[in-house]
Design a protein around this ligand. Structure first.
Ligand code: 5GP
Ligand code: ZN
Length: 112
């Protein structure tokens, strides 16, 4: 499949790994929007939040169980934000489910 994040998950395209296990990968965003900007993806291809179903939601729960540990490992003791852009209006540019972890400074409250 011609999917950028599937290729990153498979190690075919290099990325700076923050955390990895059999189901998920966390890596630094190539164009950071905050002092710390990490993406967390399921290794399985799910196109977006709209592709989450009862059959595949275990990996999403796993991601959310790991995010606090990943954030702690990144030193985000002051807090952090988790974002998933779904679809065109949200500005999703990579059609493989991913969660942004942003932090490292007080973030703007702008949501739109
Ligand atoms: P989206 O806009 O879909 O919510 O987020 C996609 C994110 O992927 C963007 O923040 C973008 O900087 C990041 N990104 C795009 N291509 C690459 C890449 O090849 N490597 C890494 N590490 N991040 C990427
Ligand atoms: Zn994919």
């Amino acid at each position: 499949m011609d999917c950028l994040f599937c290729k990153i998950a498979a190690g075919e395209i290099p990325s700076k790994t923050v955390y990895e296990d059999a189901e998920i990968l966390a890596f630094y965003d190539i164009e950071p929007q905050a002092p710390v900007h990490v993406l967390v993806i399921p290794k399985e291809h799910i196109p977006s939040m709209d592709g989450v179903t009862p059959e595949n939601s275990d990996v999403v729960a796993h991601i959310f169980a790991k995010i606090p540990k990943i954030a702690a490992s990144l030193g985000l003791s002051g807090g952090y934000r988790v974002i998933s852009n779904c679809g065109a209006d949200a500005g999703q540019t990579v059609p493989h489910l991913h969660f942004h972890i942003l932090g490292g400074k007080p973030l703007s409250l702008t949501m739109a």
